[in-house]
Design a protein around this ligand. Structure first.
Ligand SMILES: CC(C)(COP(=O)(O)OP(=O)(O)OC[C@H]1O[C@@H](n2cnc3c(N)ncnc32)[C@H](O)[C@@H]1OP(=O)(O)O)[C@@H](O)C(=O)NCCC(=O)NCCSC(=O)c1cc(O)c2ccccc2c1O
Length: 160
């Protein structure tokens, strides 16, 4: 039997399921604030892997760009506890010139909203710390994903 504490649940929309590990928690017994950054960046990296069908750093290397975080914000709605399972759904909220914003919404197995994060990466030339326009391959992949999610949502709402 294989047990995983982090795996991709679906690709459209892109959803990562995680289980809170004991080591994620602080002495108060809930997930430590610092760990939320790891949750979000890890989900974003898996998202890039899906967009380019590979492992995240290798695909960015291949395409010649990096994606340092230009901004990151959190809205914490409820605490996460050891062994809690939660799903992080990734949306493409904005695509600008050199930056774009991913929304990451985390919902527990009982349907409770845990947090909403907004991650704004800035594209840089690989190996340099210089901002560049979002490469066309990435821009196209982000737009296609956003369109596919919109189509999925429309199909679901017309079915219900
Ligand atoms: C990357 C920078 C050197 C670029 O500096 P520059 O001066 O050229 O551009 P700006 O910093 O002014 O950015 C303009 C851009 O940002 C948008 N923007 C401005 N304010 C905000 C805001 N509050 N929220 C959201 N967006 C904002 C503005 O609209 C412009 O976007 P457009 O799309 O409109 O053009 C410099 O920004 C820099 O070095 N920043 C620090 C980055 C950093 O250290 N982050 C901390 C974590 S490190 C990290 O995440 C990281 C990840 C990687 O995967 C890497 C991979 C490879 C190398 C390094 C990595 C890395 O450090």
């Amino acid at each position: 039997m294989m047990t995983s504490t982090e795996h991709v649940l679906s690709t459209t929309p892109f959803v990562v399921r995680r289980r809170v590990k004991w080591g994620d928690c602080d002495p108060a017994g809930v997930v430590y604030t610092v760990v939320f950054g790891e949750y979000v960046i890890s989900a974003a990296e898996l998202f890039y892997g899906m967009l380019f069908d590979g492992t995240p750093q290798k695909v960015k290397d291949r395409h010649g760009f990096g994606t340092p975080s230009r901004a990151l914000s959190f809205d914490f709605r409820s605490s996460l506890w050891p062994d809690d399972e939660f799903d992080m759904r990734v949306t493409v909220d904005e695509i600008r010139q050199r930056t774009y914003t991913l929304g990451i919404e985390a919902v527990t197995a009982s349907g409770e909203l845990a947090f909403i994060a907004k991650l704004t990466p800035i594209c840089i030339a690989r190996g340099e710390r210089r901002a560049i326009p979002i490469p066309d391959t990435l821009r196209d992949a982000l737009s296609s994903y956003r369109d596919a999610c919109a189509q999925y949502a429309a199909a679901r709402s017309s079915a219900s």
